[in-house]
Design a protein around this ligand. Structure first.
Ligand SMILES: [Zn+2]
Length: 222
């Protein structure tokens, strides 16, 4: 069935576009806005649960946003002045920085900083899954001297599933619609030129295509 094949192709294209557009944003995305939301423990409940590792008791949440890219810093330390401060009490004081990229939704994620990150020397896939794929390149923003909030340039290989699903669906629908439009445009063009709609063979008045066997529309079935 031609529709099944086209749907499979569209979904594959949707997944590929989601991944590649996210990587483009991981390299070129810029932060343009941001806010320090939670500073004191009474406001902890404002930190989205998906950003807080199990068992953590965050005191700070700072986010930076831009088109197609977002950075969330969640820490058990308090925000002091313009940065995180060490505290005198005995809490673990762990910190994690989530970076998510993708458009229209964040679709891929990596941790730019993580107190409990897999150490260098852990298997490549395990470390890259959390920390991103360290391809060792400098994105344009870095080459030009702009620090982009000191984010280490890496390519994420871990999907942020809700956004990945939405983006893949959006791009799959777009791929399907443009595929359908291109298909009907090609058939129409062939019909107007007297060619077989299915394979493009010149029909020259034949009721049925000798190449693929398709009956010409408007002709009595042979
Ligand atoms: Zn034909």
């Amino acid at each position: 069935m031609v529709y099944v094949r086209r749907i499979i192709l569209s979904v594959t294209a949707g997944v590929a576009i989601t991944l590649l557009s996210s990587w483009g944003l991981a390299v070129c995305g810029r932060f343009t806005d941001g806010e320090l939301v939670a500073t004191y423990s009474e406001r902890n409940t404002m930190v989205p649960g998906a950003l807080v590792p199990e068992g953590w008791d965050p005191r700070s949440w700072h986010y930076w946003t831009g088109v197609g890219i977002r950075r969330d810093l969640v820490s058990e330390r308090e925000w002091m002045g313009s940065s995180l401060g060490m505290m005198m009490d005995g809490r673990p004081q762990r910190t994690i920085t989530h970076i998510r990229c993708g458009w229209p939704m964040p679709a891929m994620a990596w941790y730019d900083y993580w107190s409990e990150a897999p150490k260098p020397g852990t298997p490549w896939l395990e470390r890259s899954w959390w920390m991103g794929w360290d391809v060792g390149f400098k994105p344009p923003a870095f080459a030009a001297g702009a620090t982009r909030w000191d984010v280490t340039p890496r390519l994420p290989i871990r999907p942020w599933w809700p956004g990945f699903g939405v983006n893949a669906m959006v791009y799959a629908v777009l791929a399907f619609l443009s595929g359908t439009a291109a298909h009907s445009w090609r058939r129409r063009r062939r019909r107007l030129r007297g060619l077989c709609e299915a394979c493009g063979y010149a029909l020259v008045g034949l009721p049925k295509c000798p190449e693929c066997g398709r009956t010409r529309p408007g002709s009595p079935a042979a």
